[in-house]
Ligand binder design. Sequence first.
Ligand code: MF3
Ligand code: CO
Length: 274
Amino acid sequence: MIVRKSPAELERMRAANAVVASVLAELRKLVAPGVSTQDLDAVAERQIHEAGAVPAFKGYHGYPATLCASVNEAVVHGIPSETPLVAGDIVSLDMGVLLDGFYGDSAITVPVGQVPVRTTELLRVTHESLERGIEQVRVGGHVSDIGHAVQKHVEANGFAVVREFVGHGIGTELHEEPQIPNYGKPGRGSELKAGMVFAIEPMVTMGGPAVRVLGDNWTAVTRDGSLAAHFEHTVVVSEVGPEVLTQIAESDAIVNAGAGDDAPVDESASSLRG
Ligand code: MF3
Ligand code: CO
């Protein structure tokens, strides 16, 4: 059963997801060569607590951190480490919180310093595919319309969609029904109704779609070692169209490529938003 949230419950989900969006916006600014994903995890945990919320992932099936930080060929569920990021890396930052009984969940992928043009394209296309998926969130649509739109855009640009991980309903649980694959035929699955809330999260690779999980039992990496990107938003189905709960303020929406003063930023990356 797909739970539909009442207006009062949606108000609480807006609050939880606003915390996620603002913390991710802060983390994005901190991404730079020399910074470790453990540093980012510590900032995330502190800011979540300052907002009166609780990290959603820490302790979830034994996950050890606040943040999932997946570098380069890591697709999702990377455990924060003390290894410094270096220019040319990309890092996916995935974060969830629990506030007042409701969950929020969002992810962004951020370039570290200057990255090759094709890497910027991977980030752009993955982000665009999330937007294409979100456009399908409308009353009377079907769950599979989302994944169909994502897949079409990704493959038209020569990238591949990961199959093993999917988006999900979200509410009083981090993972609720339905599952939301990032591929498939349109017009299938449950009909979308007002008050449903979905975490839509395309995971896209530069090479093949296959993934495997490392010996830490968490980090999912591409089998072929190609780069992977991941963007996620929590979105409400409403009569007036999709309401994205984890959209960050325009003023925070500039990609900080971690370029500092010395490395030029790839201009085409600057419109990427989480
Ligand atoms: N955004 C991911 C998801 O929705 C995060 C879950 S990771 C875990 O599946 F650490 F919490 F398991
Ligand atoms: Co999620």
